[in-house]
Write a protein that binds this ligand. Structure first.
Ligand SMILES: [Zn+2]
Length: 463
């Protein structure tokens, strides 16, 4: 069995490199060195027709599956109580304090400490439940109804930050986390994809619930873990201990975890997270506040839906869906024709959105929006400009066609297409161009006319 020793050695080496690369973000070797070892393992597996259970070659995604086998979770996967605003968060906190005080009054000999809090990001992806048996990943499933989920082991194995084996080998444990697609990965994927993906959350969830694990593998997903939901015999005193257990077992834990003794500090940090969320390389839709002490957790217990010791604070959505109603075409200063989309009014981050940008006709084609009039589209808010349409919600070409103008909507001059854009070349006779030019030069030269407005520009262009 000499080949098996060699195989085990290669696998251990490759898995260690994987762990440093995908989980710790600290590569130990170059891609070239990694690939050479990987190819050696593939050759050995082909030669011997043996594949060991923790071989990284299993991560490419195998045959197309017939369906999802149900998986009954060892312990329920709870949903979370939600706070939509700071007042509701305070109310949650006051209840925690009240319940702890009640407990302490009833149990004067065995009082609980003052609650401390962990603050974590709430990832916008698909919840995963991993089952390890004696150190080996034997199942991965969706949350489902919290009691029974769908088995997606082959799909989850393609996530390279998910360890196929872990050091902890004493019976069964289940850990929960979130499968996500990093935004940079989504962007790269879309550069060459025949059908670009509109939204990282849907891209991750769709890939994990795809019956072809090869499709899952192509999406290069990632995952963060935040809970040990079940174990045969391991117990923790607090959240920190549990998170350390996850890290020691090579499960990827997000670096943004904050611990606080004062609830006011939680609030302050929440505001910082919300402010900085657009800098993250993944989507979050909020943050989760958890009581850290496990004795307090036990004393607080559960409602029929969620634990009383945790609450999700939802940020305002950055993306939503609405119906694309019509497209109008506007002439800019350089003669460039820009499509402006009118959408069914929808609330996004506290603002009612009615207009969205479509950039240009190349963008309409690229985002598969040519036949999207009257259908539902994703929109994303942006700090600088009006919201952007990301794409259609469904793949079907079931909407009305967006017709491109052949003549300038303002002066009737025939339009010319250059690259992704349409242009009106009637520089001297197209009013919006003239007006925009005058306004532009006026503002550029900082002319000494504070009241110089579009109206004045129109008048001077006519004189
Ligand atoms: Zn024109």
């Amino acid at each position: 069995m000499e080949f098996k020793d060699k195989m085990e050695q290669l696998i251990a080496e490759l898995n260690n490199y994987n762990y440093h690369y995908y989980t710790l973000d600290q590569p130990l070797v170059s891609d070239k060195e990694y690939d050479a070892l990987y190819d050696e393992l593939v050759a050995l597996e082909q030669e011997t027709s043996v594949t060991l259970p923790d071989s990284p070659t299993q991560r490419v995604g195998g045959e197309i599956l017939k369906g999802f086998a149900p998986h009954r979770h060892q312990a329920p996967l709870w949903s979370l109580d939600k706070a939509q605003n700071i007042e509701q968060l305070r109310t949650w906190h006051e209840r925690v304090i009240r319940l702890v005080n009640d407990y302490n009054t009833k149990n004067p000999d065995n009082t609980l400490p003052s609650p401390c809090y962990a603050l974590e990001l709430k990832f916008d992806g698909l919840t995963l439940n991993l089952t390890y048996q004696d150190g080996r990943l034997v199942q991965a499933s969706t949350r489902g109804n919290g009691t029974v989920g769908e088995g997606i082991l082959s799909q989850v194995k393609t996530i390279k930050s998910v360890p196929l084996t872990i050091p902890y080998a004493d019976g069964t444990i289940e850990v929960q986390g979130e499968g996500i697609m990093n935004l940079s990965v989504l962007e790269n994927y879309n550069k060459t994809a025949a059908e670009p993906l509109k939204n990282a959350r849907n891209a991750a969830a769709g890939a994990l619930r795809n019956l072809s694990p090869k499709v899952t593998a192509e999406r290069k997903l990632n995952a963060y873990f935040y809970n040990v939901g079940y174990s045969d015999d391991i117990t923790f005193n607090d959240h920190k201990e549990m998170m350390n257990f996850l890290r020691e077992n090579r499960l990827k834990v997000n670096p943004y975890i904050f611990y606080f003794e004062q609830f006011d500090d939680v609030m302050e940090q929440l505001a910082d997270i919300e402010k900085g969320r657009s800098d993250l390389d993944y989507l979050i839709d909020g943050a989760v506040v958890k009581v850290t002490d496990f004795r307090i957790r036990e004393a607080l217990g559960y409602t029929d839906k969620f634990p009383r010791w945790a609450v999700a604070y939802k940020f305002e959505a950055e993306e939503t869906t609405t119906v694309l109603q019509s497209v109008t075409w506007n002439v800019g200063r350089t003669g460039k024709i820009t499509p402006l989309a009118r959408v069914e009014p929808v609330d996004l981050a506290g603002v009612t959105v009615q207009n969205c940008t479509l950039n240009n006709i190349g963008d309409i084609e690229r985002k598969n929006l040519k036949f999207a009039l009257g259908s539902r589209v994703f929109i994303r808010r942006s700090n600088d400009v009006i919201p952007e349409i990301l794409g259609k919600v469904t793949e079907e070409q079931d909407g009305e066609e967006i017709l491109y103008p052949e003549e300038c909507p303002s002066c009737g001059f025939p339009l010319e297409q250059r690259g992704a854009h349409l242009f009106c070349n009637n520089k001297t006779g197209c009013k919006p161009q003239i007006v925009a030019r005058i306004t532009h030069f006026a503002s550029r030269d900082a002319m000494d006319i504070e009241t110089f407005s579009d109206k004045t520009a129109i008048q001077s262009s006519m004189s």
